[in-house]
Write a protein that binds this ligand. Sequence first.
Ligand SMILES: C[S@@+](CC[C@H](N)C(=O)[O-])C[C@H]1O[C@@H](n2cnc3c(N)ncnc32)[C@H](O)[C@@H]1O
Length: 273
Amino acid sequence: MEIKEVVREKYGQAALRVHSGGSSCCGAASAMDGCCDPITSNLYDSAQTGAVPEEAVLASLGCGNPTALAELKEGETVLDLGSGGGIDVLLSAKRVGPTGKAYGLDMTDEMLALARENQRKAGVGNVEFLKGEIEHIPLPDNSVDVIISNCVINLSADKDRVLGEAFRVLKPGGRFAVSDVVTRGEVPEEVRQNMLMWVGCIAGALRDEQYVAKLATAGFEGIDIEPTRVYNIEEARTFLSGQGVDVDAIAPQVEGKFMSAFIRATKPAGMPK
Ligand SMILES: C[S@@+](CC[C@H](N)C(=O)[O-])C[C@H]1O[C@@H](n2cnc3c(N)ncnc32)[C@H](O)[C@@H]1O
């Protein structure tokens, strides 16, 4: 509960900063290095940023671009877990067209208000922002074709529950297509904590093999994890030095081990409804 409250407060403030014309950035990296931190910057191409309101772009706090990597078809129903200012929902709504539907789910009132305002500015009708928690998705069983999410599952203290809920609401054959922070290989616990603080993961990122195991336990098949950005110790140097960390000493334990990745999996098509 405590983690959830910290997350809610942090993202509530981020949403308000967009409203007041400031930067929405709230990761440790952006606080130290200015807004253009290596995690959230330059995720979308100009065709995508030009297609949504500026405030949706300013509020973007993801670590990947699931809408670019997910296969979305006309008429499909998409659900974005932790939709924030709504950028991925609005982009998905365009991809599934007027016969499809894009839902955003977020627990933070300020983010929902921002997302709904962005929907109004974008003038899209096939979008609905729902208030709720990704651990308790307020949609029926077997009702969604594609689940997307952008840097949110790492924030949850109950990832098994999130993946179980994603499986429940997906239709048989439905796709899980998510960007998230993952770690790879052995990392000493203290180094791990420092790096994840830099990335802004409050509850903690999963190791890639843990992610695969948890998705399999939830019932998914065809699981694949594709790194999209591997973080470099130099990108975290200013932040970590400020925390009193001896960056040169830990560098060999960090290289190639912290990354954003695109995670895909499928709910078996033969599942009974
Ligand atoms: C890192 S931001 C990402 C927002 C958006 N996906 C994007 O790419 O800009 C995390 C968002 O997830 C929401 N969130 C975090 N944990 C959540 C939970 N357990 N249930 C629902 N929403 C959650 C926060 O309120 C915030 O809007």
